[in-house]
Design a protein around this ligand. Structure first.
Ligand code: SF4
Length: 302
């Protein structure tokens, strides 16, 4: 049996105790694929706006103080929850939208505010590759020397025709070049992938797995494409991913990824009436039970 390097196991090995991520949503942050800089409307499956009420309500001129206050209240509720679960420390996870799409000074102030929390042992930043320019890289290099840092880069697919069809407004070359630069600086990189994007065959998905592996990323987050109400993709007509196909793809991918790659996530749980398909994503626990059982049969402990 092979014990897979989950994120929980890798954090425990690094810190010696249980660490949990606290997801954060920064008022005023946006995405260049929503606000018109690179595109409008966002990726066709994106639900950030409908799940981030702050986005619509917050004026673009919101002050840094307001954003730090918002951070602190998110930390307070997050810390309460993680302590009851036996976690000792947390990573501040800048999750919603594109979290390097802001002036460097803003990022510096917000990251410093996070690191001032006594339970915070590091930072994880979710973003798009095209929101990391030379000055961002210089700043991230500095931050990486100060704290335990992860960059989470949305790739979703390595096929430009797919990226075009989901209105990603980004080419895979940009993603790979940015990852190479981050890795040259020794920054930990987690890549986000979606299995089951429209018109992608199993071969295409596994090609993405191989291309991402070659980039030397440290971790992956994989989830099936799920469709929620109000997402642009909900209007399209295509076959949602079955659990059987997802499990087959997951097993084949795990067999292809490097042995030491960390699995930050391998499923999705959308416990919301907004979920249209696939319905097996509604209950994360039952989906995870199916995934764990299948992996066990293949000789993997998740
Ligand atoms: S890059 Fe992320 S936040 Fe921006 S539109 Fe796509 S999924 Fe949404």
């Amino acid at each position: 049996m092979i014990v897979l390097p989950t994120f929980g196991r890798s954090l425990r090995r690094h810190f010696g105790f249980k660490v949990r991520k606290i997801p954060l949503s920064i008022p005023s942050f946006s995405c260049p694929n929503i606000d018109g800089r690179f595109g409008r409307g966002g990726c066709s499956y994106c639900i950030n706006e409908s799940f981030s009420p702050n986005f619509a309500k917050t004026p673009r001129s919101v002050t840094l103080e307001t954003q730090i206050d918002a951070l602190q209240s998110q930390f307070l509720s997050g810390v309460e929850t993680f302590k009851t679960l036996g976690f000792k420390r947390f990573l501040a996870y800048f999750q919603s939208f594109s979290n390097t799409y802001a002036p460097i000074e803003t990022l510096r102030v917000l990251h410093s505010a996070a690191l001032r929390q006594k339970e915070c042992v590091g930072i994880s930043v979710g973003t798009r590759a095209d929101c990391i320019d030379l000055s961002t890289l210089t700043y991230l290099d500095e931050l990486n020397k100060k704290t335990y840092l992860w960059l989470e880069i949305g790739a979703q697919s390595s096929h430009n025709e797919t990226l075009e069809s989901i209105n990603r407004q980004e080419r895979f070359e940009t993603v790979s070049e940015t990852i190479i630069k981050l890795k040259e600086l020794g920054i930990r990189v987690c890549v986000h992938l979606i299995f089951g994007l429209p018109n992608e065959t199993d071969d295409m998905i596994l090609t993405t797995v191989d291309r991402v592996s070659k980039l030397g990323v440290d971790a992956v987050k994989i989830h099936p494409l799920y469709i929620v109400k109000n997402a642009a993709i909900a209007k399209d007509n295509f076959e949602p991913l079955s659990i059987e196909r997802y499990l087959d793809l997951l097993v084949k991918s795990i067999k292809r990824f490097p042995k030491n790659i960390v699995y930050q996530r391998i499923s999705a749980g959308v416990d919301s009436d907004a979920l249209i398909a696939p319905l097996w994503c509604k209950n994360k626990n039952s989906a995870m039970a199916l995934i764990r059982n299948r992996l066990l049969r293949e000789g993997f402990i998740y």
